[in-house]
Design a protein around this ligand. Structure first.
Ligand code: SF4
Length: 321
């Protein structure tokens, strides 16, 4: 096939793993190296089946509740964060634990607690049921925070005192959708206060910007990510809103949706913050097999240099000391 006939693949950058995900995965690997197997992990450490499968093969045991873990073995809390009752319970039961909550999620927890301490009702913009939202709600007493998922929720929200409200958000939301929801809240509640800098993290906004930059040129967009990954799903929506209505989440990169890409001359590709680069490599290999001649062009919007220190290991002895 001549070069002019090649299918063009536009590879968004940054894409894939963020600093919080890398830190959380390393926390499990380090715990396995230090303590041996098994190491319990409360909730999927990050929302990615390959990552979870690889850690499971090394001896990680994933549980939904602390009560399923053996107190004689260490437990790691996931990057999404946990309600404060979880480390309290781990302390009480004598667990050794490693809290791999992303520092940018911990920042949201601290903000929510600060606003609550100032006597403000807290509106949490996020998605019901997501572990990060459960963790943030769980920093405050029952009923102190109200979950706002949509503009409609923002219109219906009735705080006890409209002059005393604050907001925080989930870190992995759509930048544009969140701005619309906050605009409704600000219009209804001029006294609304929020974090000095937004809560949507650098990795989420960088990945959305990178997708926006290529969506208009792509016939189809393939976002590699797990169906449970919030930021991956937001990338699909971002691509659609930014000019590529044919955008889809690809859960199995080695088997891309061939009917979906039929006839496409330019394919945009990106991945969520919990997706390893090996998944992108698997997708590109599959596209080469399926499409024949392909030309891969990476479009980098920004360099990322964020890195976090590893989380502390909390032992019963350290607590006693
Ligand atoms: Fe942290 Fe953002 Fe990554 Fe979530 S997506 S783990 S908040 S850096």
């Amino acid at each position: 096939m001549a070069q002019g006939d090649a299918v063009r693949i536009l590879l968004a950058a940054p894409r894939g793993f963020c600093a919080g995900v890398e830190r959380a995965i390393r926390a499990v690997e380090d715990a396995l190296a230090t303590f041996g197997a098994p190491v319990y992990v409360r909730h999927e450490i990050v929302h990615n089946a390959q990552v979870v499968g690889a850690l499971r093969a090394k001896g990680a045991v994933f549980v939904d509740h602390l009560s399923e873990a053996d107190p004689e073995r260490p437990v790691v809390f996931s990057a999404h964060g946990v309600p404060k009752a979880v480390p309290c319970s781990a302390d009480a039961r004598g667990f050794t634990y490693i809290d791999a909550t992303c520092p940018l999620v911990s920042k949201v927890h601290a903000e929510a607690k600060r606003f609550h301490a100032r006597g403000l009702a807290v509106a949490l913009v996020g998605h019901a049921g997501h572990p990060e939202v459960i963790g943030t709600l769980g920093q405050l007493p029952e009923g102190a925070a109200t979950l706002i998922e949509t503009e409609e929720d923002a219109r219906r929200f009735q705080p006890a005192d409209p002059d005393k409200i604050a907001y925080v958000t989930q870190t992995t939301l759509s930048v544009d959708d969140t701005a619309s929801i906050l605009a409704v809240l600000r219009e209804r509640f001029p006294a609304l206060v929020g974090p000095a800098k937004g809560d949507i993290c650098y990795a989420t906004s960088n990945r959305q910007d990178a997708v926006k930059a290529i969506a208009g040129e792509a016939d189809v967009m393939l976002i590699v990510g797990d169906p449970a990954s919030s930021n991956s799903n937001r990338l699909v929506e971002t691509a659609r809103a930014a000019g590529c209505p044919k955008a889809v989440l690809v859960d199995e990169p080695a088997a891309p949706p061939t009917e979906f890409i039929a006839g496409a001359r330019t394919i945009g590709v990106s991945s969520g913050a919990s997706t390893p680069e090996t998944s992108i490599e698997a997708l590109l290999a599959a596209l080469r097999t399926h499409c024949g001649d392909v030309v891969v062009e990476e479009r980098r919007q920004t360099e990322e240099t964020v890195a976090f220190r590893p989380p502390a290991v909390v032992t019963p002895r350290a607590l006693a000391g």
